[in-house]
Design a protein around this ligand. Sequence first.
Ligand SMILES: [Zn+2]
Length: 255
Amino acid sequence: MVTVFQIFFVLLFIMLIILFVFKPRRTEIIAWPENYQDLLQDYVGFYSNLDIEGRKRFDEMFQKFLLAVKITGANAEVEDLDRVLIGAAAVIPVYFIPDWEYVNLKEVLLYPGNFNTEFEQQGDDRLVSGMVGTGALQNVMILSKWELRQGFINSKSNRNTALHEFVHLIDKMDGTLDGIPELLLERKYVAQWQELVNATMEEIRLGASDIDAYAATSPVECFAVLAEYFFEQPALFRSSHPDLHAILQRIFVRK
Ligand SMILES: [Zn+2]
């Protein structure tokens, strides 16, 4: 006699086989390209200079960033390299800060080239290559794809647009975009930092500095431009500007 239990177990067995054979394939949403470590190694000096442990830490921060922030092309195709370079520019300035999160960023918009202050991609007055959004564009960063790549391709340069914009975000996260990164710099060093920034801007205006003239625009731009130089050409920055190097070390490296 076939009992109800036997029928039940046979049916259960058949169901398990069906589930096993027709197991739905998991479609994982991965925000970073498969070969991202190779691209980081090839294009990002900061990454290639890290040891194995250091890269592991970088990889974790990089993945966390790309899972949290959407990257959208606006008339530009977002290629693997763009994702990698944006992730790298986000991680580098906060690499030494434990548990950092860009809570003020949800999306990066990638434009093909420069744009103007009205975010127009056409016309003659397109001088902007990167911007941290305000108002309706709060929590959005806009980057020029062309400048994003230039910042990493040209290894002799001390400029990097994407990194510059992430430094503005760090500056802004304490509530004011004022060139003083209060979250990272201990209060007792703030006056010294302001003096150094003012002196640097003055030297640039007098034409007596190798720091990009854009830094003389305001303390906000000065901080971002100095940070670019600090991360892009660390050895040269250290020998040419020891005092600035020491205080940027306090801000970004904290040891
Ligand atoms: Zn700026």
